[in-house]
Design a protein around this ligand. Structure first.
Ligand code: ADP
Ligand code: MG
Length: 253
């Protein structure tokens, strides 16, 4: 198991948002997290990343066999966890180029020039030249923000990647471009048994799943995982019956 979450409960500002969360993600697996707005999907991401506001009141998070429940965010990222935010902040005064260099080397850049590898990645995501000299995400369009997030992940190259609604607010060309690189990040170009990278993907409507394959889906309702199973079947159920109907069906079976 790469990530093992057991009986997790999370409180934000004194209110319990998540409880009884059990989630096991193996090496090379991609899991999908579905659920209505406000069900706690982003809260789970933030708790896995260890943001101080997201207080773990019960349970544990074990990553690569190490209990990281009390680790700070920096140490979790160093251990190999990466994230693409739904609405990442702009960072005034930090060039995209500099953050890419820091992410790929884990420290301050020694020279001005991007390595040929980073340059190539930036070109692939249509983020080269003037974008690289701009402040991170400042004045970027919706699609550009998502591409910048994915580019930063490619530079960081984490073992476990979380994507928060990479398909929301993005047009079809950008979804296809982003999906292609998500597949790279998750080793989808390798055979299932040979994959090293794992991921957890939040998608509201499942659109991205037309382009990125997933092994297991989980439905979050009111801060609990109410159903887990085959992604295609669960999505089909949600489309026909809505989230409530899908969860009801899980309860019966
Ligand atoms: P989702 O991503 O599934 O739409 P969220 O995890 O964003 O849901 O939110 C779940 C619940 O937690 C919501 O009721 C939201 O208002 C609350 N919540 C999340 N983050 C915070 C926060 N920083 N402060 C207060 N409430 C929060
Ligand atoms: Mg969210």
């Amino acid at each position: 198991m790469l990530l093992k979450i057991t009986d997790l409960a999370v409180e934000v500002n004194g209110r319990e948002i998540l409880s009884d969360i059990d989630l096991n993600i193996g090496k090379g697996e991609t899991h999908v997290l579905l659920g209505p707005n406000g069900s706690g999907k982003s809260t789970l991401f933030n708790a896995i990343l260890g943001f101080p506001n997201y207080k773990i009141t019960r349970g544990s998070i074990v990553f690569k066999g190490e209990d990281i429940t009390n680790y700070n965010t920096t140490d979790r990222v160093r251990a190999g966890i990466g994230v693409s935010y739904q609405n990442p902040p702009a960072i005034r005064g930090v060039k995209l180029k500099s953050i890419l260099q820091m992410e790929s080397m884990g420290g301050l850049p020694e020279n001005e020039e991007l390595s040929p590898e980073l340059q190539k990645l930036a070109e692939k995501l249509k983020m080269s030249d003037s974008y690289l000299e701009r402040d991170v995400n400042l004045g970027f369009s919706g699609g550009e923000v998502k591409r910048s997030e994915i580019l930063q992940l490619l530079a960081q190259n984490p073992d476990f990647v979380m994507f928060d609604e990479p398909d929301s607010g993005v047009d079809i060309e950008n979804v296809e471009l982003i999906a292609e690189e998500i597949n790279v990040l998750l080793d989808k170009n390798k055979k299932p048994g040979m994959r090293e990278k794992s991921g957890l993907l939040i998608t509201h409507l499942g659109y991205i799943l037309n382009f990125v394959g997933a092994d297991t889906a989980h439905v979050l309702m009111d801060g609990r995982i109410a159903c887990s199973g085959n992604p295609a079947e669960i999505l089909d159920d949600i489309r026909k019956e809505g989230f409530k109907g899908c969860v009801e069906c899980c309860r019966v079976h």
